[in-house]
Design a protein. Structure first.
Lengths: 277, 392
């Protein structure tokens, strides 16, 4: 995507961003814009909702209908937006802490309901904004400011969580894989029902420094080396997949979304002549 | 470990982390939020280095943090957490549970504006939203006070005729991130001062099983609320004893309020938190110019020390109240309460209400001076809310 085109979708007067030089958040922001552009959606057709965190600041920079809400609550606010304006494309963007720790409850229930939302998780395995505390996606034994000798907790696998909670489109990419990220976000927006895209990104400032990979390009290199497409991963054993990032589309099923069922119920309740029986 | 009185150049957050280290709570559960984060981070280092015996859990939200702390305290443990702004707001429903189940939890609160729009800087809107929750609320002027009041709070909270939770407020960034000299007491002195916790009704006392929080309808709920009132009243008896004992170990004297150059003052300002430091400077300047001004600093906001305030404010010409939060559609919290305390005054002073510093807006000596000057010139109009440092 050409810079001139990209800029049309951004609030350049709000820049520079709060993100550290080399942060992957910009890549995800651009990929989202690119996907929207390729779909030919106009700015007024799209609402973007975020919570609080470094990644959630994206709603300040994207020139769409944006709602910057509370830490953990983006999906709940987005639910309201979607119900009030079913015609709009509603995209939720935010961090792993925002979506899976403090907001974990909203995440699983939106999946269960198969609400027609696109949820993009900026998965940097840490709380970036508050200074590098471990998050629900921090790998076991990785270091963080609250885990100076390594975290002993087991992380969530965002894909597993979304799939088992009922999301009907689930994909994973990394910021190294730009085109793939655009492709998945585009597919997620087109999908009818709850779509989750887990994008692995780099917080070299905290996760990197705590775990001896302080260089952003080195983190991206690692994403490249560790990534393995889903089709290949299926042939490997659990042991061989340790520490690998499996990328691809994990789930893509057609299933009536919340609003469709809601409409059906309304029609049924009204009866054939349009009145409630 | 600190064996002798030591002066350290540290922030308010670090000072409170030291107080927590010396308290050595059994359980700490917390979730990060700016500007509270450095308290918990510093404390986490003490935990990781084995300096304290605390079981620490970085939970997934403040709602869980306060819930875990309530659970631990009900089990008989000394349990602590710390928070700010939206974190405190998210705790709200359990804040009430802690007070009404009479659990002596001490919680440092690093004051920050409550959204929206989102803001991370200091004002008192977060703690003011909890003023009717049944917690004792103390306010520090600086890092030293934040440290001292945390230790005092623990002893006060656990006193058998109090058994109430305490919030120790410090102004976000101004105190929490500003480096100041702080005198840290020897560890064993603090430990002796606070003593062992002796929970009277503990879930772990399996010989005498109890239940916390069962359904309490129109049969007893009202009586339980009345007991909370009594516990708050008992604070007026217990607190002076606790601060007297604290003065013996530290040489620093605390009280419900701190009068500053009040002897013959005709015009008195009343405020909470770090701004008191600035006001003291302005009072000194105005005194040098021959103006009879003074300050009444509020250390304890809940329970509200009405009698002490009456004693200090009766007979003054004007009373200027500074609030760092608002009550939309009504008088500002501190102003309303000071005004109410003066209802019985034989001769009512002229009162002025000034809002300042919302969302971290700077409060400068000239702002304070201008409020004093209005008071001296007799220009105050009762209930006419004015704003310091606001563009209008
Ligand atoms: C109720 C509440 N608690 C805590 C915070 C403080 N806080 C802001 S962002 C954040 C975590 C950020 O991590 P993540 O969501 O993973 O996003 P990132 O910054 O890494 O993009 C926290 C704990 C808050 N704003 N509100």
């Amino acid at each position: 995507m050409k810079t001139a085109k990209l800029i049309e979708y951004l609030r350049v007067d709000r820049m520079p961003t709060v993100w550290c030089p080399g942060c992957g958040n910009g890549i995800i922001m651009k990929a989202t814009v690119d996907a929207i552009d390729r779909l030919g959606l106009s700015k007024s057709e799209v609402a973007i909702v975020s919570g609080i965190g470094c990644s959630s600041r994206v709603t300040g920079y994207l020139d769409f209908n944006t709602l910057h809400t509370l830490h953990g609550r983006a999906i709940a606010f987005a639910t309201g937006v979607k119900l009030a304006r079913p015609d709009m494309t509603v995209i939720v963007m935010g961090g792993d802490g925002d979506m899976l720790a403090i907001g974990g409850n909203h995440f699983i229930h939106a999946c269960r309901r198969n609400l027609n939302l696109t949820v993009i998780v900026f998965n940097n395995s840490i709380y970036g904004m508050t200074g590098g505390q471990y998050s629900p996606t921090t790998p076991t034994y990785a270091m963080a400011s609250t885990a100076p000798y390594g975290s002993i907790e087991k992380p969530f696998d965002v894909v597993d969580l979304a799939t088992s909670s009922g999301a009907t489109y689930v994909a994973r990419s990394t910021v190294y894989h730009y085109e793939l990220t655009v492709k998945f976000i585009k597919a997620a927006i087109e999908h009818k029902g709850m779509a989750v895209v887990d994008v692995i990104t780099n917080c070299h400032t905290y996760f990197g420094r705590y775990n001896k990979i302080p260089d952003p390009s080195e983190m991206l290199e690692q994403f490249k080396e560790k990534s393995i497409p889903l089709s290949k991963a299926e042939e490997l054993s659990e042991n061989e997949l340790k520490d690998r990032i499996i990328i691809g589309e994990f789930r893509k099923v057609e299933s009536p979304d919340f609003q469709e069922l809601y409409k059906q119920l309304q029609e049924k309740a009204r009866g054939e002549d349009g009145y409630k029986a | 470990m600190i064996a002798e009185k030591t002066r350290l150049a540290i922030t308010g957050a670090e000072a409170v982390a030291h107080a927590m280290r010396q308290i050595n709570p059994d359980v700490v559960a917390a979730y990060p939020i700016t500007p509270q984060t450095p308290i918990v981070e510093n404390f986490a280092k003490f935990v990781a280095d084995g300096i304290v015996d605390t079981e620490m859990i970085p939970v997934e939200s403040e709602h869980s943090a306060m819930s875990a702390v309530v659970g631990a305290a009900a089990a008989g443990a000394r349990a602590m957490t710390a928070t700010s702004a939206n974190g405190l707001a998210l705790m709200h429903e359990i804040v009430y549970i802690a007070a009404s189940t009479r659990l002596p939890i001490v919680m440092p609160v690093v004051n920050r504006a409550l959204s929206g729009p989102i803001n991370i800087h200091c004002d008192h809107s977060d703690t003011m939203a909890e003023r009717d929750s049944g917690w004792i609320q103390l306010f520090a002027e600086n890092a030293q006070e934040a440290y001292d009041l945390t230790i005092i709070a623990l002893k006060l909270a656990e006193h058998e005729s109090v058994l109430l939770p305490v919030m120790v407020n410090q102004d976000g960034f101004i105190i929490s991130h500003g480096v100041e000299p702080v005198e840290i007491l020897p560890d064993d002195v603090v430990r002796n001062f606070i003593g062992e916790k002796k929970p009277r009704y503990s879930l772990l006392d399996v010989e005498n099983p109890v239940t916390y929080g069962p359904l309490d309808l129109y049969d007893y709920y009202f009586e339980h609320k009345r007991q909370q009132v009594e516990a708050m009243e008992n604070v007026f008896e217990v607190f002076p004893k606790v601060v007297e004992e604290f003065a013996e170990i530290s040489g620093r004297k605390y009280n419900f309020i701190e009068p500053y150059r009040l002897e013959d003052a005709e015009h008195v300002m009343v405020a909470l938190g770090s701004t008191n430091g600035t006001i003291k400077d302005v009072v000194d300047e105005l005194r040098a110019e021959g103006k009879k001004v003074g300050l009444l600093k509020i250390w304890m906001y809940r329970p509200f020390p009405k009698a002490e305030i009456q004693r200090e404010l009766y007979g003054r010409k004007t009373v200027v109240v500074l609030d760092r939060s608002m009550s939309f559609g009504a008088e500002a919290p501190l102003y309303a309460e000071v005004k109410s305390a003066l209802y019985e005054a034989p001769a009512k002073p002229l009162m002025g209400s000034f809002i300042y510093g919302l969302g971290g807006r700077e409060i400068l000596p000239e702002h304070i001076r201008s409020a004093f000057e209005m008071a001296v010139a007799g220009e105050l109009v009762v209930d006419d809310q004015k704003y310091l440092g606001l563009r209008e």
